[in-house]
Design a protein around this ligand. Structure first.
Ligand code: SF4
Ligand code: SF4
Length: 354
């Protein structure tokens, strides 16, 4: 079902939405940086924004999360903790919706992660379409994440003086009814949406000279590529690229014992495969000691391994890793270099372009 929201009613709608439960949306932080922050009025929201510094994953996987508390003073008293709060996220782009879909798949695998799944079930998602590229770092077309593919309750597309909204779930329908700001869409609105999407297909194009379906093959041939050695020289192993990535979910689990040694907390926190300690095991053995091996691992975890396991890329093309990298390592350039090197070895035109 589709409905319409006139722009003059946008502020009323956002205010009503924020009264229902805490509402977070993209807000300008200065210097073309944006962050999902709590809002109560439409005026605070940046409806045109480049991907936020941190993706919405911060609501799904907190940077620090208590898993259990234990007290050994009277036997073994252990309490499992599930931290969650019902919130609404407004303005989530299609690349970030794709990122959340990846996280849903990972945390739904057995053994299921009830902390994640409980929190996920309490979050309402309102998507917002990008009618054009956010900037030159995005590669969402390559990974097919530039058009809406579910994973939201409501989805907004800007059509000039009004938004057209796809109502995707019962929760979305309830919001439409409760806020009372919407009108039913008619055929002319649907035609406008189709026209916009047709135009968009022409704007979004060949970001990297390879067709998405050939990427696994490229990676099959690139395990020993020189490109990884070049990244070894440049990467600072800071872990920024994985922190800002909407599909990176690795965490470390730690115990903190009270000073009286009778109780404590077990918590998890974000961790990064780019840090030297990540693959270190007993006996001081590190099976990804070099930065080239760790960078290679990051790329294979985006473009090769999840294709076998989940039948999709775990890169959404959001461009955050490139925007944030102090060493200027660019995802699009790395893919381009891999293609060049592979074609040098296996023949030009090995990977069909668009
Ligand atoms: S952000 Fe750049 S320098 Fe830091 S770990 Fe990632 S690729 Fe290396
Ligand atoms: S690898 Fe980079 S472009 Fe791809 S989803 Fe992660 S941050 Fe975004």
């Amino acid at each position: 079902m589709y409905v319409i929201l006139r722009k003059e009613r946008f502020n009323d709608f956002i205010s009503r939405l924020s009264e229902m439960q805490r509402l977070f949306a993209p807000v300008l932080k200065g210097y073309n940086n944006f962050a999902f922050e709590e809002v109560t009025s439409g005026k605070e929201i940046a409806t045109k924004y480049i991907p936020t510094i941190l993706p919405p994953k911060k609501f799904f996987i907190p940077q620090h999360e208590t898993l259990l508390e234990f007290n050994l003073a009277q036997g073994m008293d252990v309490e499992a903790i599930v931290e969650f709060e019902p919130v609404t996220l407004f303005g989530v782009h299609t690349c970030d919706l794709a990122g959340i879909q990846c996280l849903n798949m990972v945390f739904s695998e057995r053994p299921k992660d009830y902390n994640y799944l409980t929190r996920r079930s309490k979050i309402i998602l309102v998507g917002l379409e990008c009618n054009e590229y956010c900037d030159e770092y995005a590669s969402c077309n390559l990974v097919n994440a530039n058009f809406p593919k579910g994973g939201y309750d409501l989805f907004f597309t800007d059509l000039g003086d009004h938004f057209i909204i796809h109502v995707n779930t019962r929760t979305g329908d309830e919001i439409i009814k409760e806020t009372g700001s919407f009108e039913k869409a008619d055929t002319s609105h649907i035609n406008e949406l189709e026209k916009l999407r047709k135009k968009k297909r022409k704007v979004f194009g060949n970001e990297v000279p390879i067709e998405g379906k050939h990427i696994p093959e490229l990676f099959d041939k690139s395990f020993n590529a020189d490109v990884w050695r070049d990244l070894e020289e440049r990467c600072l192993a800071c872990g920024n690229c994985t922190n800002v990535c909407p599909t990176c979910y690795c965490f470390d689990i730690r115990d903190e014992i009270d000073l009286n040694l009778k109780g404590g907390t077990r918590y998890r926190l974000w961790y990064s495969c780019q840090l030297e300690s990540f693959a270190k095991i007993a006996g001081d053995i590190n099976f990804r000691k070099g930065r080239s091996a760790r960078q290679r691992h990051r790329y294979y975890r985006k473009f090769r391994y999840p294709v076998d396991k989940f039948l999709r890329f775990f890169c959404t093309g959001c461009g955050r890793c490139t925007r944030t990298c102090m060493a200027g390592i660019s995802l699009k350039e790395t893919l381009g270099e891999l293609i060049k090197e592979s074609e040098g070895k296996h023949g030009k035109g090995s990977y069909k372009r668009f």
